[in-house]
Design a protein around this ligand. Structure first.
Ligand SMILES: [Zn+2]
Ligand SMILES: [Zn+2]
Length: 548
């Protein structure tokens, strides 16, 4: 009997597409797209602060070509709560409307970003560091890593036998004070991986990054025996540093006040999530001036010399609640982000001119710990996960090159130094470039941020996020509205939403301002009929269209 011979050939793996829209060739504004069979996932959605431009605007990734290329991401995963990883969500998420996966701390920060833009937050899904979940076409395994904010994770992305480790920002810290350590056994368990997409920030640094516990000890030493007021400035997101400062303040019998909105918000969030249970109760800033200087400590943001920050106003003696006096002590527990050096130096000089003692990591290196891996940490991780290939990201080209050189000594292949917009294909063995998309810098003025709805009696404020559709010349509602009304029987959200959508279809307006004006007039009419009582409605139009 004749038998047809069936030849079994190994099935060819579909390729993974990798498209960075930020973070490559620069530090800041990270956004990475991973695609498999035309289904896409975004990892991180960050922004950069442009201190080099007047008024320090924000820059966010240019996603304008994604829709035309048929790229509709199904999910966003956030690796940690830093601005360069989630700061653009308020502007970019409305374009995708997909679920956002984040750890509880990053989710809390992401929620603030969406609320600031008047957007609903129900797309945010929290996961515990270490959890496995599905996002877009990928099965995602999150792994705890130490960094300068708790709940940072690396992500193992798996699909169709592909195994890619996206490290996010990480370091090895045996005593991180808060949050989990980067544990060898977590990473040896997933070895070997085909590809590491990894943090290059400190690839040029020989030394192992300093531990947060060492910074805590330095802060403590500097505070000892000091008279006069102490101001400690650090990044608001560094909860370990905030806790260390709080504990040291208590030991030195100093009451603590918070300076800067970002610091207040983070301390509140840190307390909610249980990270700052031992942090002392704070004193309102307005009261701190009444206490003897040697019994006070001010914990401040603004260490990057941001001109609008309260710390800069304090240095210029323009703060209403506080004045720096000769003999006060200003501790900068942070390092200037590249590009901010001049602004930081100016700020420190302003304090010195007021007779204050200024301490920084230049005078006391122990005052700051980098959150990124130096050379020997990179080598350790790669010995644990045994990657075949490396794609160096999160760095300027010199950092990316140094990262490749390290990989080379370990026998790890790294053929491409990616730039933003470079559309790559990875077949499990080789990386090739499909094309490089032209990207434009998308700059957002900080003044354009959504106003908080103010409310008078009988007034209703509607925050309406919209986007301008260039093809139809019409405005469209994006996401949910925020309705703040004093009227008990106000129309329900769905009815109002339907009315807004229909009204927008028949309207032409050249600007968001004109749109708000026209819409407000019509809404007042319509609501008067609906409610049978007069009310004054303010419509706060939030334009989420991305202008170049
Ligand atoms: Zn980062
Ligand atoms: Zn980070």
């Amino acid at each position: 009997m004749d038998q047809t011979r069936v030849q079994v050939r190994p099935r060819r793996r579909s390729e993974i597409e990798i498209l960075p829209l930020g973070g490559c060739g620069e530090i800041g504004m990270n956004l990475m797209l991973y695609g498999f069979q035309s289904r896409w996932l975004i990892v991180d959605c960050g922004m950069a602060l442009r201190q080099d431009l007047p008024d320090t605007p924000l820059q966010i990734p240019d996603i304008s070509s994604l829709a035309t290329l048929g790229i509709h991401p199904e999910a966003i995963v956030i690796t940690h709560g830093h601005e360069d990883h989630l700061g653009a969500l308020g502007w970019l998420w409305p374009r995708f409307g997909c679920p956002i996966h984040a750890t509880p701390l990053a989710a809390g920060i992401a929620r603030q970003k969406l609320v600031e833009q008047g957007l609903a937050t129900d797309a945010i899904r929290t996961f515990t560091p270490g959890a496995r979940f599905d996002a877009g076409p990928f099965s995602v395994q999150s792994l705890n890593v130490a960094h300068s904010i708790p709940e940072s994770v690396s992500l193992l992305l798996e699909v169709d036998r592909h195994r890619i480790l996206h490290t996010g920002d990480w370091k090895i810290d045996p005593r991180p004070l808060l949050g989990a350590r980067t544990r060898e056994q977590d990473f040896t368990r997933i070895a070997p991986v085909d590809l590491v997409v990894g943090d290059s920030t400190n690839a040029m640094v020989e030394d192992h990054s300093r531990s947060e516990s060492e910074v805590a000890a330095t802060l403590e030493q500097l505070m000892a025996g000091r008279e006069g007021r102490i101001v400690v400035s650090c990044f608001a997101s560094n909860l370990a540093r905030i806790l260390a400062t709080g504990l040291a303040a208590r030991r030195h019998h100093r009451r603590i006040a918070l300076l800067g909105r970002a610091m207040e918000k983070m301390v509140r969030l840190g307390r909610e999530l249980g990270y700052l249970e031992d942090f002392p109760d704070t004193v309102p800033l307005s009261d701190i001036g009444y206490l003897p200087s040697e019994e006070t400590l001010i914990l401040a943001t603004g260490s990057q010399g941001e001109p609008r920050a309260a710390l800069s106003r304090l240095a210029a003696n323009q703060h209403s609640a506080l004045e720096i006096e000769p003999g006060d002590c200003i501790i900068f527990s942070s390092r200037a982000i590249p590009g901010n050096e001049r602004a930081v130096t100016r700020l420190q000089q302003a304090f010195t001119q007021r007779g204050a003692h200024v301490f920084s990591d230049e005078t006391h290196p122990g005052l700051h710990a980098s959150g990124h891996p130096g050379r020997d940490e990179l080598i350790s991780l790669y010995q644990w996960v045994k990657p075949a290939h490396l794609l160096p990201v999160h760095g300027e080209s010199a950092h990316q090159q140094a990262h490749c050189d390290i990989a080379d000594t370990l026998g790890i292949k790294s053929s491409i130094l990616p730039v933003n917009g470079q559309w790559l294909r990875w077949n499990g063995k080789r990386m090739t470039t499909e094309e490089t998309l032209p990207l434009s810098p998308i700059i957002i003025s900080q003044r354009k941020r959504a106003r908080k709805p103010s409310n008078r009696q009988n007034d209703t404020v509607i925050v309406l996020p919209v986007t301008y559709q260039t093809d139809t010349g019409q405005w469209q509602r994006i996401g949910r509205m925020l309705i703040d009304s004093q009227i008990s029987a106000f129309v329900d959200e769905e009815t109002l939403g339907d009315w807004v959508d229909i009204t927008l279809e028949g309207m032409t307006a050249r600007s968001a301002r004109e749109l708000a004006h026209l819409l407000e007039e019509m809404a007042n009419h319509w609501l008067k009929e609906q409610l049978r009582q007069s009310s004054r409605v303010t419509i706060d139009v939030v334009d989420t269209t991305l202008h170049e």
